[in-house]
Ligand binder design. Structure first.
Ligand code: SF4
Length: 406
């Protein structure tokens, strides 16, 4: 049979994911049912509903019937529940709304340009559910106007900046948009010779795989615009192995068969994946599917997120222990902080010191800089470390060719 996206879309049986003997949901062909209020969550106690509404007033709540079906309500510490259901500790005053100062790198409305080759286009401000630990929760607040539906100014900026070879479509979740709204943006980007990689940052494969399973036009769009020499990357967002349901895996496979390169990135979240066995299972399962684990992020110090944060040094130990349990293909992730000044990798630790290295830097002088700090077990972020004990900047490296080495 010739390759055709229509042939790839499964004739599925109309059932959602079945767990713990619960009745499977009838979801296929239907739109997800969104839930935004406590009275829509029958499993909560009256006290929990009251707390939810209290948190809800500050940080918006949204989930959907598919994702709710993955929660084990018999376990009050269920990790899926923790991803999406509010926690009263979010009301603790800690952190900032824009923890890595994205505003500083916003060049025109809806466009961020921090690293020379990469631009971010914020194409919407909605997700299929909201992660409680979201670092962009400010976008979902009423008074926010950082995102614009008309991205022409952002596209114009990209057109003029030939150094931009990567564009990340983000938000919000670009795949919450209909394919007919997303396609023109991708089409315009593909008309720009200098834009090689188009990334789509999305949690749809985890939050609502039926968005992929039920829309052949999405897969056709990927097939059209993910080219042999200029790929579309799907930056998926699975936090826990239990999100990798059969339907989610089916969705990921459809995206890959349509020609997308799929990778996964996840923050390290207390109560979700701060366990080396859970993290190892996530890495391994992703590698079995053919989705490389890419970045593991330490939680940005975003307002209300202290309860979700894992200290840097503890995070490093969990991450490295997890990697020891994986094959080489499962251990491709890097542990990083998306700091205002750049993407900083945690590369090692001794009894007394911890070592960081810039993978991406907002200013050239920090490019590839290596830094050694005295340890601080309480540190949750780069800024919690005192001045670096030692540094090795890029310009200290001696560029050598093979011949020079002789
Ligand atoms: S999917 Fe991404 S943007 Fe949406 S709530 Fe989760 S972390 Fe935030």
């Amino acid at each position: 049979m010739p390759f055709s996206i229509k042939n790839l879309v499964s004739k599925n049986n109309g059932n959602g994911h079945k767990k713990n003997g619960q009745t499977p949901l009838k979801l296929v062909g239907q739109k997800p049912k969104y839930l935004t209020r406590s009275d829509q969550i029958p499993q909560l106690t009256a006290e929990e509903k009251k707390q939810l509404e209290e948190v809800n007033e500050k940080f918006v709540f949204r989930t959907n019937d598919y994702y709710q079906s993955l929660i084990d309500w018999d376990d009050p510490k269920d990790p899926i529940r923790r991803i999406v259901m509010p926690d009263v500790q979010e009301l603790d005053e800690w952190g900032q709304l824009d923890a890595s100062n994205e505003e500083k790198y916003t060049k025109v409305k809806g466009l961020e340009h921090k690293y020379t080759s990469t631009a971010l286009l914020l194409v919407n401000e909605v997700c299929a559910a909201y992660c409680r630990f979201c670092f962009r929760k400010r976008l979902f607040m009423n008074e926010n106007d950082e995102v614009t539906k008309d991205v022409s100014e952002g596209l114009d900026y990209i057109r003029k900046h030939k150094e931009i070879s990567n564009v990340l479509l983000t938000g919000g979740d670009p795949l919450i948009m209909s394919t007919s709204k997303l396609q023109p943006i991708i089409h315009k980007l593909r008309q720009l010779d200098h834009v090689k990689i188009i990334r789509i940052g999305t949690k749809i494969p985890a939050f609502n795989p039926f968005r992929i399973l039920n829309d052949p036009s999405l897969l056709e769009m990927i097939e059209t615009y993910s080219l042999p020499d200029k790929k579309i990357y799907i930056m998926a967002h699975f936090n826990h192995p239990r999100e990798l349901t059969p339907k989610a895996i089916e969705g990921l496979n459809l995206l890959m068969k349509a020609g997308a390169i799929v990778v996964n990135q996840t923050p390290l979240i207390r109560g979700v994946n701060d366990d080396h066995k859970v993290l190892a299972e996530l890495f391994s399962q992703l590698s079995f599917i053919g989705v490389p684990p890419y970045y593991v992020f330490l939680c940005r110090p975003t307002l209300g997120n202290e309860t979700y944060s894992v200290p840097v040094e503890q995070g490093y130990q969990i991450f490295e222990h997890a990697r020891t349990l994986c094959s080489g293909l499962g251990k491709r992730a890097r542990l990083v902080m998306s700091h205002e000044t750049g993407k900083v990798e945690v590369v090692g630790m001794t009894e007394t010191q911890i070592f960081f290295k810039y993978i991406r830097a907002a200013v050239d002088e920090n490019g590839a800089k290596f830094m050694a700090f005295n340890k601080n077990p309480q540190a949750l972020w780069l800024d919690d470390y005192a001045e670096a004990e030692d540094e090795f900047p890029l310009d200290a490296l001696q560029p050598m060719s093979g011949l020079d080495n002789k």
